[in-house]
Ligand binder design. Structure first.
Ligand code: ZN
Length: 192
């Protein structure tokens, strides 16, 4: 038996309720509205709700910052080529965590330690090392990764749209829109 975990057992319990009322077995894998959304993984964002979407209507691709990484573009290309989406929405949001840390700081923190850091008086610090636990150490690998942090949200979305648009595997017939979601009002603003 796997180790007991509160979140896991709760998830399995809640899934029983979902399963009992599940009525979407007939959904097509092709997004009904031919929409793909690339957005941040931030837990305050619910793309289905803020965009008025239902299950089966859109692809939602998420990562830290909602950035147009190679992997995000891979998913978008598949979304269009195989599943027919033709409107892509790149949606950033206010107060994004990826604008509150830099690649440099993230690299340094992870080089030293892998456990969760905390923000104290505006500075990110690693937790005190617990010598009684056999912790896996940090790694210099952290400094070689493009973490996708940014400072200017508006410009970052425009740059990401350009990057996607210019990608050799992105069709010129896909519409690419840029928006910002406001975590305080729930509103979307079109920027491109
Ligand atoms: Zn974010």
């Amino acid at each position: 038996m796997p180790e007991e975990n509160k979140n896991l057992s709760e998830m399995m319990q809640l899934n029983e309720h979902y399963k009992a009322i599940f009525d979407k077995a007939g959904l097509s894998a092709q997004p009904g509205k031919r929409i793909a959304i690339l957005t941040c993984m931030d837990c305050r964002l619910n793309p289905y709700e803020f965009a008025g979407l239902k299950d089966g209507e859109a692809h939602i691709i998420r990562n830290a910052g909602g950035r147009a990484t190679d992997d995000a573009i891979r998913s978008l290309v598949v979304s269009h080529k195989v599943l027919g989406t033709k409107d892509w929405f790149i949606i950033g949001h206010t107060e994004c965590g990826m604008s509150k840390i830099t690649d440099e700081v993230l690299g340094q923190l992870l080089e030293q330690d892998l456990e969760t850091a905390s923000l104290e008086k505006g500075l990110w610090i690693n937790p005190k090392r617990d010598s009684t636990k056999n912790c896996k150490p940090g790694s210099v690998l952290a400094k070689t990764i493009n973490w996708g942090t940014f400072t200017d949200l508006h410009q970052t979305i425009l740059d990401d749209i350009d990057k996607i648009r210019q990608h050799p595997l992105v069709s010129s017939h896909v519409n690419i829109h840029g928006l910002i979601f406001d975590v305080h009002t729930g509103g979307l603003k079109i920027i491109k």
